[in-house]
Design a protein around this ligand. Structure first.
Ligand code: BYC
Length: 482
């Protein structure tokens, strides 16, 4: 009998939601399953479907011991439906229903809103797998290859998580949305993924690390906000997804750090102190710090767009309804209704930046974005420590929030990375110095040569400090089968 903690592995779909006792949803998901496997084989990691990958698989939802590691062929990975345990007596933590019992069914009046949020969340998961599907061919080590695949299978599981909610709570509409989640394609001209950044290419491993640092961190923030939801099944689903998400951000954070480490080490060995001597640094086969900065500029700005408009009625409505909260809503000390509160918003008005106090309810996208920026800063600070320790006079930084934006207050303007407004001609001339250009891309591509020998790493990235699951440095994380 499922107890909400242990997972039922008997059927086709591992779960802790008693699928065995819910014939309708089980059948719906079993019908969806072949299409998912087809999608995974077509759009999942290219060239490694037969390989044995040392993956962690969830075996429970207890935070103290939820996963086990073993060699798995990715198409055989146990994509399961796992919700964090129910909190008895949970109430809606914010909005106009604050204090009422959390909903176990979808409230009719918020059906469309919930369906949209769940679909948007679901859409990002397969999108990222599609974006990363070619990276296996150029992995800098078996350790990194395994981490890529771990991220990929878990994004696949996150799609399952949202598809379960759609099938269970949204009837025919949910079924249709679930089908469409398998039909859209990242970057496709006619059927693209829903949000901008998920249609961008992830052409190389530095982009992958930036993506997992910056864009997966948007995932964390959005999941944190949805984990607060008064719709309890969504809250529980997101809470468990966050357990997995932490590793994805670790991959990005430590990945960028290892690139920086290797660069400053090579510079030191070659007695190069000028971080802007790009030709000399590239001759060492490592990625110069200014190019790393450009990648930060690109991925940070693309990800900021994912927070939507700074001033948003959708966000206000979702909060008021008790559907989507703030980051760590349960730790905040205010009235959790925000009806009289205001929030400062940086706006672009008549060619100038001005800070305006606006109703806090309508500024919730910005508030989440601000929390996100704080979270990003801690990573950049860690990377800078590596540079500082090596005695190199260079500091990585996040660009200004108005830089390179396509959504929100700054969509119609150009700025440099410090936020100085530029006219079109100056922007066009300066762009290549602030965002990765063709030369940068060609150089980085030239480094992307696969390394598949146990314990060996490409010359542009340092080995990690520790193995996964405490494995030794020469562990065979992927047994490659061509
Ligand atoms: N691109 O009021 P507005 C993750 C649309 S990442 C395209 O400003 P709202 C992951 C918007 O949909 C986290 N369109 O926005 C990471 C709306 O359209 P409609 C994913 C955009 O609704 C790595 C219109 O503009 N989860 O998990 O307040 C790997 C006006 O909207 C964009 C979520 O995002 C854009 N960037 O906020 C794997 C959580 N931005 O409805 C996974 C669920 C806005 O008028 N989603 N629009 O046609 C949401 O909470 C909200 O949909 C958004 C937008 C925050 C995305």
């Amino acid at each position: 009998m499922p107890d909400g903690i242990n997972i039922d592995y008997d059927g086709l779909i591992p779960n802790n939601v008693d699928l065995a006792g819910d014939a309708r949803v089980r059948k719906a998901l079993e019908t969806w399953h072949p299409g998912y496997i087809d999608w995974w084989k077509d759009m999942g990691p290219e060239g490694f479907q037969e390989s044995l990958v040392y993956l962690r698989t969830a075996i429970g939802v207890d935070p103290k011991g939820w996963a086990k590691f073993d060699y798995v062929k990715m198409p055989d990975y146990k994509w399961g439906i796992l919700l964090a345990p129910k909190v008895e007596g949970r109430t809606i933590p914010f909005g106009k229903h604050k204090g009422e019992p959390a909903w176990q069914e979808v409230p009719g009046e918020y059906r469309a809103m919930l369906r949209r949020l769940i679909t948007v969340q679901g859409d990002t998961e397969p999108a990222s797998v599609e974006q990363q599907r070619h990276l296996g061919a150029t992995a800098p080590s078996l350790y990194d290859l395994r981490n890529l695949f771990q991220v990929n299978v878990e994004e696949g599981r996150h799609l399952w998580a949202m598809v379960y909610l759609l099938h269970k709570y949204f009837g025919n509409d949910g079924r249709e949305e679930a089908e469409e989640l398998l039909a859209r394609r990242s970057g496709h001209q006619d059927t693209p993924r829903m949000l901008g950044a998920f249609n961008e290419a992830t052409p190389d491993w530095l982009s992958f690390f930036m993506f997992t640092f910056f864009t997966d961190r948007d995932g964390k923030m959005q999941l944190e906000a949805l984990a607060q939801s008064g719709f309890d099944p969504l809250s529980r689903t997101c809470r468990f997804m966050l357990t997995e998400e932490a590793h994805h951000m670790f991959v990005g954070d430590s990945g960028v750090q290892r690139v920086v480490e290797r660069t400053v080490e090579a510079m030191r060995d070659a007695d190069i102190t000028d971080p802007h001597d790009i030709a000399a640094i590239r001759a060492l086969g490592v990625i110069d710090l200014p190019t790393i900065q450009k990648k930060i500029n690109l991925h940070f700005s693309l990800t900021l767009d994912l927070f939507g408009n700074e001033i948003s009625t959708n966000a206000a409505n979702a909060f008021n309804a008790g559907i989507k909260g703030r980051y760590r809503e349960d730790k905040l000390e205010d009235d959790h209704a925000l009806l009289d509160a205001t929030y400062p918003v940086l706006r672009h008005v008549n060619g100038q930046f001005v800070t305006e106090e606006v109703p806090a309810l309508s500024a919730l996208n910005l508030r989440l974005r601000n929390d996100y920026v704080q979270d990003c800063i801690s990573g950049v600070t860690r990377w800078n420590r590596v540079i500082e320790k090596a005695g190199i006079g260079f500091k990585l930084a996040l660009p200004h929030v108005a830089f390179n934006r396509a959504i929100g207050e700054f969509a119609g303007i150009h700025t440099d990375i410090d936020g100085n407004i530029l006219d079109e001609a100056v922007w066009q001339a300066a762009r290549d110095g602030m965002l990765p250009n063709d030369d940068d891309a060609a150089y980085i591509t030239s480094l992307m040569v696969p390394v598949t020998e146990n314990g060996k790493f490409a010359g542009w990235i340092a080995p990690p400090k520790m193995g996964i699951d405490n494995k030794p440095g020469d562990f065979e994380y992927v047994q490659i089968v061509a």
